[in-house]
Ligand binder design. Sequence first.
Ligand SMILES: Nc1ncnc2c1ncn2[C@@H]1O[C@H](COP(=O)(O)OP(=O)(O)OP(=O)(O)O)[C@@H](O)[C@H]1O
Ligand SMILES: [Mg+2]
Length: 315
Amino acid sequence: MSKVVIETSELMKKYKNGVTALQNLNLKIEEGDCVGYLGPNGAGKTTTIKILTNLIKPTAGHAYICGIDVNKKPKEALRYVGALVELPGIYEYLTPHELLTYLGKVRMMSKVNLNRRIKEVLRTVGIPAWEHKKVRSLSTGMRQRFLIAQALLHNPEILIMDEPVFGLDPKGMKDIRDVIKQLHKENKTVFLSSHLLHEVSEICTKVLLLNKGKIVSFDTVDNLTKMSKTHTIKIELLKPPTKKQIAEIKLIKIIKDINIADGHLGISFDGERNTCSRILTELVSLGLKIVSYWPKSMTLEDIYISIVGEEKGIG
Ligand SMILES: Nc1ncnc2c1ncn2[C@@H]1O[C@H](COP(=O)(O)OP(=O)(O)OP(=O)(O)O)[C@@H](O)[C@H]1O
Ligand SMILES: [Mg+2]
Protein backbone atom coordinates (compact mmCIF):
# COMPACT_ATOMS: atom_id res chain seq x y z
CA MET A 1 0.00 0.00 0.00
CA SER A 2 1.28 3.45 -0.88
CA LYS A 3 1.87 6.13 1.70
CA VAL A 4 -1.29 7.78 3.03
CA VAL A 5 -0.89 11.54 2.62
CA ILE A 6 -4.34 12.86 3.50
CA GLU A 7 -6.25 11.21 6.31
CA THR A 8 -9.17 12.04 8.56
CA SER A 9 -10.23 10.05 11.54
CA GLU A 10 -13.70 10.33 13.04
CA LEU A 11 -13.82 13.93 11.82
CA MET A 12 -16.86 15.86 13.05
CA LYS A 13 -17.95 19.40 12.41
CA LYS A 14 -20.91 20.99 14.07
CA TYR A 15 -21.33 24.70 13.32
CA LYS A 16 -22.50 27.14 15.99
CA ASN A 17 -25.97 27.29 14.41
CA GLY A 18 -26.38 23.60 15.21
CA VAL A 19 -25.78 22.27 11.68
CA THR A 20 -23.78 19.06 11.68
CA ALA A 21 -21.74 19.34 8.48
CA LEU A 22 -19.53 16.27 8.95
CA GLN A 23 -20.23 13.07 10.81
CA ASN A 24 -17.37 10.75 11.73
CA LEU A 25 -15.57 11.16 8.45
CA ASN A 26 -12.83 8.60 7.90
CA LEU A 27 -10.85 8.88 4.73
CA LYS A 28 -7.44 7.88 3.48
CA ILE A 29 -5.91 9.27 0.33
CA GLU A 30 -2.71 7.76 -0.93
CA GLU A 31 0.27 9.44 -2.51
CA GLY A 32 -0.24 9.99 -6.24
CA ASP A 33 -4.03 9.56 -6.08
CA CYS A 34 -6.22 11.99 -7.97
CA VAL A 35 -9.51 12.02 -6.07
CA GLY A 36 -12.73 13.78 -7.03
CA TYR A 37 -14.81 14.81 -4.02
CA LEU A 38 -18.46 14.78 -5.03
CA GLY A 39 -21.69 15.44 -3.24
CA PRO A 40 -24.81 17.59 -3.40
CA ASN A 41 -24.98 21.17 -2.15
CA GLY A 42 -24.46 21.25 1.59
CA ALA A 43 -22.93 17.75 1.73
CA GLY A 44 -19.87 19.05 3.61
CA LYS A 45 -17.19 19.20 0.90
CA THR A 46 -16.04 22.77 1.57
CA THR A 47 -16.16 22.10 5.32
CA THR A 48 -13.80 19.11 4.86
CA ILE A 49 -11.44 21.14 2.70
CA LYS A 50 -11.44 24.04 5.17
CA ILE A 51 -10.51 21.67 7.98
CA LEU A 52 -7.81 20.03 5.85
CA THR A 53 -6.30 23.46 5.21
CA ASN A 54 -6.82 24.64 8.82
CA LEU A 55 -9.19 27.49 7.92
CA ILE A 56 -11.56 26.04 10.50
CA LYS A 57 -11.14 23.53 13.33
CA PRO A 58 -13.09 20.29 13.65
CA THR A 59 -15.52 19.81 16.54
CA ALA A 60 -14.01 16.37 17.10
CA GLY A 61 -11.68 13.96 15.37
CA HIS A 62 -8.49 14.63 13.47
CA ALA A 63 -7.20 15.56 10.04
CA TYR A 64 -3.69 14.61 9.02
CA ILE A 65 -1.44 15.64 6.17
CA CYS A 66 1.50 13.27 5.78
CA GLY A 67 0.76 12.00 9.28
CA ILE A 68 0.88 15.47 10.88
CA ASP A 69 -2.25 16.76 12.63
CA VAL A 70 -3.05 19.77 10.47
CA ASN A 71 -5.15 21.55 13.09
CA LYS A 72 -2.48 21.15 15.76
CA LYS A 73 0.66 21.77 13.69
CA PRO A 74 -0.68 23.69 10.66
CA LYS A 75 2.59 25.24 9.56
CA GLU A 76 4.41 21.94 9.55
CA ALA A 77 1.60 20.04 7.81
CA LEU A 78 0.66 22.65 5.24
CA ARG A 79 4.10 23.11 3.74
CA TYR A 80 3.32 20.05 1.62
CA VAL A 81 0.01 21.49 0.47
CA GLY A 82 -1.14 23.88 -2.22
CA ALA A 83 -4.73 24.86 -1.50
CA LEU A 84 -7.50 26.54 -3.38
CA VAL A 85 -10.28 27.49 -1.04
CA GLU A 86 -11.18 31.16 -1.09
CA LEU A 87 -9.55 34.53 -1.62
CA PRO A 88 -10.50 37.14 0.98
CA GLY A 89 -11.56 40.43 -0.59
CA ILE A 90 -8.89 42.47 1.21
CA TYR A 91 -6.37 41.59 -1.51
CA GLU A 92 -8.30 43.40 -4.21
CA TYR A 93 -5.84 46.31 -4.40
CA LEU A 94 -2.74 44.17 -4.83
CA THR A 95 -1.44 42.71 -8.07
CA PRO A 96 -0.90 38.96 -8.66
CA HIS A 97 2.84 39.66 -8.57
CA GLU A 98 2.60 41.41 -5.17
CA LEU A 99 0.34 38.75 -3.71
CA LEU A 100 2.43 35.86 -4.98
CA THR A 101 5.59 37.56 -3.68
CA TYR A 102 3.96 37.84 -0.26
CA LEU A 103 2.76 34.23 -0.32
CA GLY A 104 6.16 32.99 -1.52
CA LYS A 105 7.85 34.73 1.41
CA VAL A 106 5.37 33.22 3.87
CA ARG A 107 6.14 29.85 2.28
CA MET A 108 9.88 30.51 2.78
CA MET A 109 10.77 30.48 -0.92
CA SER A 110 14.11 32.00 -1.97
CA LYS A 111 13.86 35.30 -3.88
CA VAL A 112 15.40 33.97 -7.12
CA ASN A 113 13.26 30.86 -7.11
CA LEU A 114 10.19 32.95 -6.25
CA ASN A 115 10.58 35.39 -9.16
CA ARG A 116 11.02 32.50 -11.58
CA ARG A 117 8.05 30.57 -10.14
CA ILE A 118 5.72 33.61 -10.24
CA LYS A 119 6.23 33.89 -14.00
CA GLU A 120 6.03 30.13 -14.42
CA VAL A 121 2.75 29.61 -12.55
CA LEU A 122 1.02 32.60 -14.16
CA ARG A 123 2.02 31.16 -17.53
CA THR A 124 0.78 27.70 -16.53
CA VAL A 125 -2.69 29.03 -15.73
CA GLY A 126 -2.73 31.29 -18.79
CA ILE A 127 -2.66 34.78 -17.24
CA PRO A 128 0.98 35.95 -17.68
CA ALA A 129 -0.16 39.36 -18.96
CA TRP A 130 -1.96 40.05 -15.67
CA GLU A 131 1.05 39.83 -13.40
CA HIS A 132 1.05 43.57 -12.63
CA LYS A 133 -2.65 44.38 -12.89
CA LYS A 134 -4.78 44.81 -9.78
CA VAL A 135 -6.64 41.69 -8.62
CA ARG A 136 -9.90 43.69 -8.58
CA SER A 137 -9.63 44.12 -12.36
CA LEU A 138 -9.53 40.35 -12.98
CA SER A 139 -12.67 38.64 -14.23
CA THR A 140 -14.14 35.70 -12.24
CA GLY A 141 -12.39 33.17 -14.47
CA MET A 142 -9.07 35.00 -14.27
CA ARG A 143 -9.32 35.15 -10.48
CA GLN A 144 -9.93 31.43 -10.44
CA ARG A 145 -6.84 30.91 -12.60
CA PHE A 146 -4.91 33.16 -10.23
CA LEU A 147 -6.11 31.10 -7.26
CA ILE A 148 -4.79 27.98 -8.93
CA ALA A 149 -1.49 29.74 -9.64
CA GLN A 150 -1.04 30.60 -5.94
CA ALA A 151 -1.77 26.97 -5.01
CA LEU A 152 1.00 25.79 -7.35
CA LEU A 153 3.53 28.47 -6.37
CA HIS A 154 5.76 26.46 -4.01
CA ASN A 155 5.47 23.32 -6.15
CA PRO A 156 3.64 21.35 -3.43
CA GLU A 157 3.32 17.58 -3.34
CA ILE A 158 -0.38 17.72 -2.46
CA LEU A 159 -3.09 19.87 -4.04
CA ILE A 160 -6.38 20.38 -2.27
CA MET A 161 -8.87 22.36 -4.30
CA ASP A 162 -12.47 23.38 -3.74
CA GLU A 163 -14.20 23.58 -7.12
CA PRO A 164 -11.13 24.50 -9.17
CA VAL A 165 -12.97 25.08 -12.43
CA PHE A 166 -15.76 27.17 -10.89
CA GLY A 167 -16.51 30.21 -13.05
CA LEU A 168 -14.23 29.19 -15.91
CA ASP A 169 -15.27 29.24 -19.55
CA PRO A 170 -14.96 25.99 -21.57
CA LYS A 171 -11.43 26.86 -22.70
CA GLY A 172 -10.48 27.76 -19.13
CA MET A 173 -11.88 24.44 -17.91
CA LYS A 174 -9.85 22.54 -20.46
CA ASP A 175 -6.69 24.49 -19.58
CA ILE A 176 -7.10 23.75 -15.88
CA ARG A 177 -8.04 20.15 -16.56
CA ASP A 178 -4.80 19.79 -18.52
CA VAL A 179 -2.82 21.42 -15.70
CA ILE A 180 -4.31 19.02 -13.15
CA LYS A 181 -3.73 16.01 -15.40
CA GLN A 182 -0.10 17.06 -15.81
CA LEU A 183 0.32 17.43 -12.03
CA HIS A 184 -1.15 13.97 -11.55
CA LYS A 185 1.33 12.60 -14.11
CA GLU A 186 4.11 14.16 -12.02
CA ASN A 187 2.85 11.97 -9.17
CA LYS A 188 1.35 14.81 -7.15
CA THR A 189 -1.63 13.94 -4.99
CA VAL A 190 -4.77 15.82 -6.00
CA PHE A 191 -7.96 16.14 -3.97
CA LEU A 192 -10.60 18.29 -5.61
CA SER A 193 -14.26 18.94 -5.08
CA SER A 194 -16.51 19.51 -8.05
CA HIS A 195 -20.04 19.37 -9.33
CA LEU A 196 -18.93 18.65 -12.87
CA LEU A 197 -19.10 14.90 -13.10
CA HIS A 198 -17.69 14.61 -16.60
CA GLU A 199 -14.69 16.69 -15.49
CA VAL A 200 -14.15 14.40 -12.53
CA SER A 201 -14.45 11.23 -14.58
CA GLU A 202 -11.94 12.62 -17.03
CA ILE A 203 -9.37 13.95 -14.56
CA CYS A 204 -9.69 11.75 -11.48
CA THR A 205 -8.86 8.11 -10.91
CA LYS A 206 -10.93 7.79 -7.74
CA VAL A 207 -14.20 9.25 -6.58
CA LEU A 208 -15.29 9.99 -3.04
CA LEU A 209 -19.02 10.50 -2.70
CA LEU A 210 -20.27 12.47 0.27
CA ASN A 211 -23.87 12.95 1.33
CA LYS A 212 -25.12 14.72 4.45
CA GLY A 213 -21.65 14.74 5.98
CA LYS A 214 -21.05 11.02 5.49
CA ILE A 215 -19.05 9.09 2.93
CA VAL A 216 -21.35 7.01 0.76
CA SER A 217 -18.72 5.48 -1.47
CA PHE A 218 -15.02 5.70 -2.27
CA ASP A 219 -13.69 3.77 -5.23
CA THR A 220 -12.05 4.03 -8.61
CA VAL A 221 -14.20 5.52 -11.35
CA ASP A 222 -13.91 2.18 -13.21
CA ASN A 223 -15.09 0.08 -10.27
CA LEU A 224 -17.97 2.42 -9.52
CA THR A 225 -19.33 2.10 -13.01
CA LYS A 226 -18.78 -1.68 -13.05
CA MET A 227 -20.26 -2.30 -9.61
CA SER A 228 -23.54 -0.59 -10.25
CA LYS A 229 -26.20 -3.32 -10.24
CA THR A 230 -28.45 -1.51 -12.69
CA HIS A 231 -27.65 -2.05 -16.36
CA THR A 232 -29.13 -0.43 -19.40
CA ILE A 233 -29.33 -1.71 -22.95
CA LYS A 234 -30.26 0.28 -25.99
CA ILE A 235 -32.27 -1.51 -28.65
CA GLU A 236 -32.76 -0.51 -32.26
CA LEU A 237 -36.12 -1.71 -33.60
CA LEU A 238 -37.27 -2.09 -37.18
CA LYS A 239 -40.49 -0.25 -36.31
CA PRO A 240 -41.29 1.82 -33.22
CA PRO A 241 -43.30 -0.15 -30.64
CA THR A 242 -47.06 0.38 -30.57
CA LYS A 243 -48.83 1.68 -27.46
CA LYS A 244 -50.04 -1.85 -26.78
CA GLN A 245 -46.48 -3.23 -27.05
CA ILE A 246 -45.18 -0.51 -24.71
CA ALA A 247 -47.83 -1.44 -22.16
CA GLU A 248 -46.83 -5.10 -22.51
CA ILE A 249 -43.12 -4.31 -22.12
CA LYS A 250 -43.93 -2.44 -18.91
CA LEU A 251 -45.54 -5.59 -17.56
CA ILE A 252 -42.30 -7.60 -17.87
CA LYS A 253 -41.33 -7.89 -14.19
CA ILE A 254 -37.54 -8.06 -14.61
CA ILE A 255 -37.54 -4.69 -16.40
CA LYS A 256 -36.94 -1.76 -14.07
CA ASP A 257 -37.47 1.11 -16.44
CA ILE A 258 -38.00 1.78 -20.13
CA ASN A 259 -37.61 4.86 -22.25
CA ILE A 260 -37.86 5.63 -25.92
CA ALA A 261 -35.54 8.27 -27.30
CA ASP A 262 -34.10 8.93 -30.78
CA GLY A 263 -36.05 5.96 -32.10
CA HIS A 264 -34.26 3.60 -29.69
CA LEU A 265 -35.75 1.63 -26.88
CA GLY A 266 -33.77 1.90 -23.63
CA ILE A 267 -34.27 -0.78 -21.01
CA SER A 268 -32.86 -0.77 -17.48
CA PHE A 269 -32.72 -3.86 -15.32
CA ASP A 270 -31.00 -5.19 -12.23
CA GLY A 271 -29.03 -8.31 -12.91
CA GLU A 272 -26.51 -9.94 -15.17
CA ARG A 273 -26.22 -11.33 -18.69
CA ASN A 274 -28.89 -14.01 -18.26
CA THR A 275 -31.45 -11.35 -17.23
CA CYS A 276 -30.54 -9.42 -20.36
CA SER A 277 -31.02 -12.50 -22.49
CA ARG A 278 -34.44 -13.21 -20.90
CA ILE A 279 -35.56 -9.64 -21.61
CA LEU A 280 -34.54 -9.84 -25.26
CA THR A 281 -36.39 -13.14 -25.65
CA GLU A 282 -39.55 -11.64 -24.15
CA LEU A 283 -39.34 -8.62 -26.46
CA VAL A 284 -39.12 -10.88 -29.50
CA SER A 285 -42.12 -12.88 -28.27
CA LEU A 286 -44.10 -9.59 -28.12
CA GLY A 287 -43.53 -9.25 -31.85
CA LEU A 288 -40.85 -6.54 -31.67
CA LYS A 289 -38.33 -6.75 -34.50
CA ILE A 290 -34.87 -6.17 -33.04
CA VAL A 291 -32.27 -4.85 -35.50
CA SER A 292 -29.44 -4.41 -33.00
CA TYR A 293 -28.78 -3.85 -29.32
CA TRP A 294 -25.84 -2.72 -27.23
CA PRO A 295 -25.09 -2.04 -23.59
CA LYS A 296 -25.15 1.59 -22.57
CA SER A 297 -22.32 2.06 -20.14
CA MET A 298 -23.12 3.82 -16.91
CA THR A 299 -21.68 7.28 -16.59
CA LEU A 300 -20.51 8.79 -13.36
CA GLU A 301 -23.63 10.92 -13.50
CA ASP A 302 -25.87 7.83 -13.58
CA ILE A 303 -24.03 6.44 -10.55
CA TYR A 304 -24.18 9.74 -8.71
CA ILE A 305 -27.91 10.11 -9.27
CA SER A 306 -28.57 6.51 -8.28
CA ILE A 307 -26.64 6.93 -5.02
CA VAL A 308 -27.52 10.43 -3.86
CA GLY A 309 -30.02 11.76 -6.35
CA GLU A 310 -33.08 10.11 -4.95
CA GLU A 311 -32.85 11.85 -1.60
CA LYS A 312 -34.71 15.11 -1.52
CA GLY A 313 -33.55 18.35 0.03
CA ILE A 314 -30.23 19.65 1.25
CA GLY A 315 -27.96 18.72 4.12
N1 LIG B 1 -19.98 28.96 8.55
C1 LIG B 1 -21.04 28.18 8.63
N2 LIG B 1 -21.94 28.33 9.63
C2 LIG B 1 -23.01 27.52 9.73
N3 LIG B 1 -23.29 26.51 8.88
C3 LIG B 1 -22.44 26.32 7.87
C4 LIG B 1 -21.29 27.14 7.68
N4 LIG B 1 -20.63 26.72 6.58
C5 LIG B 1 -21.35 25.68 6.10
N5 LIG B 1 -22.43 25.44 6.86
C6 LIG B 1 -23.42 24.37 6.67
O1 LIG B 1 -22.73 23.13 6.70
C7 LIG B 1 -23.26 22.24 5.72
C8 LIG B 1 -22.12 21.82 4.77
O2 LIG B 1 -21.73 22.96 4.01
P1 LIG B 1 -20.52 22.93 2.97
O3 LIG B 1 -20.30 24.32 2.52
O4 LIG B 1 -19.38 22.20 3.58
O5 LIG B 1 -21.15 22.04 1.80
P2 LIG B 1 -20.61 21.77 0.32
O6 LIG B 1 -20.63 20.28 0.14
O7 LIG B 1 -19.34 22.47 0.09
O8 LIG B 1 -21.78 22.38 -0.57
P3 LIG B 1 -21.71 23.10 -2.02
O9 LIG B 1 -21.74 21.99 -3.01
O10 LIG B 1 -22.97 23.90 -2.06
O11 LIG B 1 -20.46 23.93 -2.09
C9 LIG B 1 -24.40 22.99 5.04
O12 LIG B 1 -25.59 22.59 5.66
C10 LIG B 1 -24.10 24.44 5.32
O13 LIG B 1 -25.28 25.19 5.40
MG1 LIG C 1 -18.73 23.95 -1.24
